[in-house]
Design a protein around this ligand. Sequence first.
Ligand code: NAP
Length: 281
Amino acid sequence: MSAHIIDGNLLSKELRSQVAERVATLTRQGRQPGLAVILVGDSPASQVYVRNKIKACEDAGIHSVFEKYDAAFSEADLLARVEALNHDPRIHGILVQLPLPAHIDAHKVIEAIAAEKDVDGFHVNNAGLLMTGQPLFRPCTPYGVMKMLESINYPVRGANAVVVGASNIVGKPQAMLLLQAGATVTICNSKTRDLGHHTRNADILVVATGKRNIVTADMVKPGAVVIDVGMNRDDAGKLCGDVDYAPCAEVAGWITPVPGGVGPMTITMLLVNTLEAAERN
Ligand code: NAP
């Protein structure tokens, strides 16, 4: 295996200890940062994500509130809870875990979160600020990817970056952050003809599709940075990414593992966003 591994657990540990120091300073001033997490329904995956987020908050000294409602919780009641948290002075960040049950309009709920407490960065105001180059909150996963590139001192400026996946929560904001850092960016989606033609040109390849092994070794430029955002299960039920890891690691210069790559960074950047929301308050 020739690629250097970008260890998301190790980097997260460093960043979380810096967050904890800044949280302690605010707490001493009587301004402890607070995050509210709302979960609707019983998705086992969502429950794990939420538990990890709450635990990370506790470890960093961030005040956390967890509200769990059953799958039949109404949209009106959820909007009322968001509104109450918008006005709660101890809460600086509000996160509604997605996906929501089908009877709830996720867009409506996200838009109901006060933009200055939207630590996920999904509110249209925050998407617009990101698009125009003045981000208030950077969405946590793409922000974590940028921190990973920073950690290896990668010269993003002038690099060819290819983002595979164009969702509002990962692919699109990822492309914006890379563009703002000076990369030449290509965004691919499910309609892209000849995906490998694009990926083989990537100095930085970020893959976020939820399709296991969508990127194989022949699609990677030798020496490239390969960042795997995907979270899938292999045939044995083990967590894996979108990238065919071992063969790609033979070709890439740097690569992120799954688990232990982007996943922990996403939670770390949620802590950073909550801290910064409290610092701005
Ligand atoms: P999503 O909303 O389902 O979007 C998937 C994107 O991939 C879409 O833009 C889709 O294209 C594109 N796509 C699908 N098949 C493709 C193909 N064959 N070639 C090129 N593009 C293709 O998913 P998401 O929310 O962005 O998440 C993507 C993956 O990242 C999932 O595995 C998710 O679990 C994982 N994730 C991980 C973290 C983390 O912290 N590690 C955080 C968030 C998400 P269209 O636009 O044409 O449909």
